[in-house]
Design a binder for this molecule. Structure first.
Ligand SMILES: Cc1cc2nc3c(=O)[nH]c(=O)nc-3n(C[C@H](O)[C@H](O)[C@H](O)COP(=O)(O)O)c2cc1C
Length: 152
């Protein structure tokens, strides 16, 4: 996998369209498609043991208003890999939905940060604490002057 492959992948992700991404990259659409195919092949050849897909709401379509979730896509394209999922899955009903869709392991980000004894609370069917984003502060934003910095 080359840096170029990642750059091309990011352009497709940003524009959500091969034609527009190719225009933005100043390459032809067949060239872009070939590069994306190479990226897919190198990921397939990497032989990953697991794929961790992360979303804010893991049960929702990955792209646009309808279609498969990231878990369903991971299962489809890497049927032999263990699929790990997170995205608001401290909600047990949602977690079951995502397991039914193919996830092998569920993980918790915000749920576990808000409720450190989350496994016990879930087992006892007790309510969880609300997540307070303030615990993530202070946010280390990059200043404009730092973005403009060019090393000598
Ligand atoms: C502490 C923390 C750091 C995160 N960092 C990133 C990140 O760097 N990039 C990203 O795409 N999502 C990031 N997320 C979002 C998570 O990947 C995930 O989509 C979101 O928290 C929902 O899943 P959860 O309910 O399991 O927390 C972060 C979340 C948390 C709580």
């Amino acid at each position: 996998m080359l840096l170029r492959h990642i750059r091309y992948f990011l352009a497709v992700a940003e524009h959500k369209n091969f034609t527009r991404a190719a225009e933005a990259l100043h390459v032809s659409q067949p060239t872009l498609s070939q590069q994306i195919r190479q990226l897919e092949d190198s990921l397939a050849d990497a032989g990953a043991d697991f794929i961790h897909v992360t979303e804010f709401e893991a049960w929702k379509p990955a792209f646009g208003p309808s279609g498969p979730t990231l878990v369903q896509l991971a299962k489809k394209y890497a049927p032999n890999a263990v699929v790990v999922a997170n995205g608001n899955l401290h909600d047990v009903e949602r977690a079951n939905e995502v397991i039914a869709a193919g996830a092998d392991i569920i993980t918790f980000g915000r749920g576990a940060l808000a409720t450190p004894d989350l496994p016990n609370r879930l087992a006892a069917k007790l309510p969880l604490n609300d997540f307070d984003p303030a615990i993530l502060g202070p946010i280390a934003d990059i200043k404009e002057s730092e973005l403009a910095y060019e090393p000598a």
